[in-house]
Design a protein around this ligand. Structure first.
Ligand code: 3EB
Length: 334
């Protein structure tokens, strides 16, 4: 039997004024100064997230492919696919209660993935405006979001051990924006961190329903999982299920980096029967979310000591999902 080899998707951060020069775009996620609904009129998925205070701070995360791209829209979800990979996204408008609209939007998206034939969900990103504020019922907006997300996964029969890697992070406006990367035939392996309680097993003190995500997803074009990519979820200063070093952004950054190093390192790879293992120097297209703008230089200094000088790293000044967390980091091992 011959093994179907398909190139894995690749992302790069691109200045907004250089987007016209890129061909083969599957999706362009604009981290910019305003949010909008998904738009497929450019022939790819464009989704604007309100993650920058001014246009000069904006950039796009661009996903490219060497195959023909088809686009469409269904129930408010915009999508683009190339026969092996699907990127799709949507937005829940600002609201006093998010759970029901989140459940509905997520369910529409998961149904769409199924009907288009891209059921292997590798990575999700969620951008939540006023993430630490109370909703109309006094429930923290992040917890409100987690409730709707958990219900949608359950309705679509996703077990905890089949949820994708994810980011859940603050944004500056637009309600809740989200996008997803899924594949038709790649081999996906969800990865957990032995130093952290799985998010889907967090105790009730963090909200009525836990955040449903894996710490990372290993994606391989072959069934033997010999080589591939690792999508590392948003990672913070959490051990077990507890936040450590509240109020000390440098220590929180170091512990988050330690968590990622352990997650992509040899011990965790062996635990998950993956041959490939990596170090922080292998991480690329990294996003560093920092709650307080004045902390960015200190966080940047620490990051530069651990990441490759060739890695693309974006620093974003937004809130983090727990009020006692000052920093969260994500990236991809290509
Ligand atoms: C944590 O480890 C920090 O709700 O999708 C990280 C990654 C976090 C994803 C999500 C939340 C999410 O719990 C927060």
């Amino acid at each position: 039997m011959t093994q179907q080899i398909s190139a894995l998707p690749t992302a790069a951060f691109v200045p907004l004024d250089e987007l016209d020069e890129i061909s083969g775009v599957l999706g362009a996620i604009h981290y910019t100064d305003g949010a909008s609904d998904p738009d497929v009129s450019p022939g790819h998925l464009r989704l604007d997230l309100h993650m920058a205070r001014e246009p000069a701070e904006g950039f796009a995360e661009v996903w490219t492919t060497d195959r023909p791209v088809e686009t469409g829209e269904s129930g408010g979800i915009g999508y683009a696919h190339d026969g092996e990979h699907l990127i799709c996204g949507g937005r829940v408008p600002p609201s006093g209660n998010y759970a029901e609209a989140t459940r509905a939007a997520y369910t529409t998206m998961l149904e769409l993935m199924e009907s288009l034939g891209y059921q292997r969900c590798a990575r999700m990103w969620n951008f939540v405006n006023d993430i630490n504020a109370d909703n109309a019922d006094g429930l923290e907006v992040y917890r409100d979001f987690c409730l709707g997300r958990a219900e949608a996964f359950e309705a679509r029969n996703f077990s905890d051990t089949s949820v994708p890697a994810a980011t859940g992070i603050g944004s500056l406006g637009g309600g809740i924006s989200f996008y997803v990367l899924a594949s038709r035939s790649n081999t996906l392996t969800p990865i957990e961190n032995s130093k952290q309680v799985s998010a889907y097993n967090y105790p009730k003190q963090y909200g009525p329903r836990p955040p449903k995500f894996a710490r990372a997803t290993h994606v391989s074009a072959t069934e033997d999982r010999a080589a591939g990519q690792v999508y590392v979820s948003g990672t913070s200063s959490i051990r077990g299920h507890e936040t450590l070093f509240a109020g000390d952004v440098e220590k929180q950054t170091l512990l988050a980096l330690e968590n990622i190093a352990h997650l992509i390192g040899p011990e965790t790879a062996a635990d998950h029967r993956i041959e490939q293992h990596s170090t922080l120097a292998d991480l690329d297209t990294i996003k560093v979310y920092v709650r307080h703008r004045e902390d960015i230089p200190a966080v940047r200094r620490i990051c530069e000591e651990h990441f490759s000088p060739d890695a693309q790293v974006a620093y974003l000044n937004v809130d983090v999902c727990r009020a006692d967390l000052s920093v969260e980091l994500e990236g991809i091992v290509h």
